[in-house]
Design a protein around this ligand. Structure first.
Ligand SMILES: Cc1ncc(C[n+]2csc(CCOP(=O)(O)OP(=O)(O)O)c2C)c(N)n1
Length: 387
């Protein structure tokens, strides 16, 4: 794109604006600045955009000029602390938000259409100052942000696709999965070979794409968007259909975004729910920016949240056994799989061939049809979902 800012120019301008602390949830369109702030030790990956806003508000209250980096898919997550924290307490903050589904919703994935069309209108309704980053307008926009800051008001800098460049080698390309290590393609292939009549919900990003690529089925709900909510959708399905096994395939970033749902699942006692997390230690779908899963203990977390069966696995040798246990053990089950990122393996989105309405319709039909007890391949036994 002509007039594109380099990531370095953008970061230098934010620093000149006074920004010292940056919190956020990554977007591929902000991958360059994210990596530069991260390298400088100024970036904190937050669980959700709302948490990023609150964290940065804490910095501001402590006297540190700050910014949030996010995508407008997370605008909903940050509206609560925006309206009930920043605005009434007059805490200034710069929010750099990429604009998915905008200016033409048809140019982007369907889950971005509503937010793309309404982001600017929502800011106007909330009377929050904002500017779209156009070629040559950064200084002017930051001048307006400084003015807002002097009045104790937040400011949104809205970033169209391609407005800011990337940096090369932002996050080190992982070693090819050696030996016994697990990968997303390997796990998805093994899981899909085991599934019969289970109702499967897959998280947003590369996970849904991989599942669709491996084996498309009507009883899979490919949840593009709604990051972090696949587990709640799965819990709803499991409790509505106690006679069917429901399976959620999640990412570590998504799991952490709405970690509280794990406690809802634990308390639900849903015996037919298996929650499988692909922990690759990063937000692979937006450029492999690290999550905070590296400092977590999944087994302790699962038990603490009240999952009845908690399993972890990091070896290809144990993978099929772990999956079979997850599909049959007393739920709620948490199976955390440690996988090596494979960012070069990217497949088309499910919605490239099947629209979201069709995905929902055919899933609903599959969920309400009687379970096919003969459908389990290879064993001749009853379908797992009927246990
Ligand atoms: C609320 C929200 N914030 C940010 C995004 C952008 N986004 C799409 S996929 C993704 C990464 C998901 O990470 P994880 O769950 O760990 O799965 P992975 O990409 O590693 O497979 C992000 C941040 C989004 N879709 N929704």
């Amino acid at each position: 794109m002509s007039g594109q800012l380099t990531a370095e120019e953008f970061v230098d301008a934010l620093r000149a604006h006074g920004v010292r602390g940056v919190a956020g949830v990554p977007c591929g369109h902000l991958a360059g600045p994210w990596a530069l702030f991260d390298r400088a030790g100024d970036l904190t990956p937050a669980a959700s955009e709302g948490a990023a806003l609150a964290l940065a508000a804490g910095w501001e209250l402590a006297g540190r000029t700050s910014a949030v980096l996010c995508q407008n898919s997370g605008f909903g997550n940050l509206i609560n602390p925006l309206t009930s924290l920043l605005l009434p307490y007059r805490v200034p903050l710069l929010i750099v938000m990429t604009m998915r589904g905008w200016p033409d919703p048809a140019d982007d994935e369907p889950q971005h259409a509503s937010m793309g069309a309404s982001s600017i209108g929502l800011l106007e309704t909330l009377d929050v100052p904002h500017a779209v980053l156009r070629p040559g307008t950064l200084q002017d926009a930051l001048g307006r942000a400084a003015e807002a800051r002097s009045q104790g008001r937040p400011f949104f800098l809205l970033v169209p696709r391609g407005a800011i460049g990337k940096v090369s080698g932002a996050y080190r390309a992982p070693e090819p999965a050696a030996g016994d290590r697990l990968t997303r393609p390997g796990v998805v292939s093994a899981l899909m070979a085991e599934l019969t009549d289970e109702l499967l919900v897959t998280t947003t990003g590369y996970v849904s794409r991989q599942v669709h690529h491996e084996r498309d089925r009507e009883s899979t709900f490919y949840m593009q968007g709604s990051m972090g909510h696949a587990s709640a959708v799965g819990a709803g399905i499991a409790t509505a259909h106690p006679d069917r096994r429901a399976v959620v395939l999640d990412g570590d970033g998504a799991f952490l975004m709405h970690l509280g749902t794990g406690a809802t699942i634990g308390a639900s006692g849903a015996r037919n729910l298996a929650h499988i997390v692909l922990d690759n230690g990063c937000y692979e779908s937006t450029g492999c920016q690290p999550t905070t899963s590296g400092s977590m203990d999944w087994a302790a977390l699962g038990r603490g949240l009240g999952y009845r069966t908690v399993l972890t696995c990091d070896s290809a040798t144990d993978l099929v056994g772990s999956i079979r246990t997850a599909l049959t053990a007393d739920g709620p089950v948490l199976l955390a799989l440690s996988v090596v990122p494979t960012p070069d393996e990217v497949h088309p989105r499910a919605t490239a061939s099947t629209g979201p309405v069709e995905i929902a319709d055919r899933f609903r039909k599959a969920a309400t049809a009687p379970a096919d007890t003969d459908a389990r391949p290879g064993t001749g036994g009853p379908a797992r979902g009927t246990r």
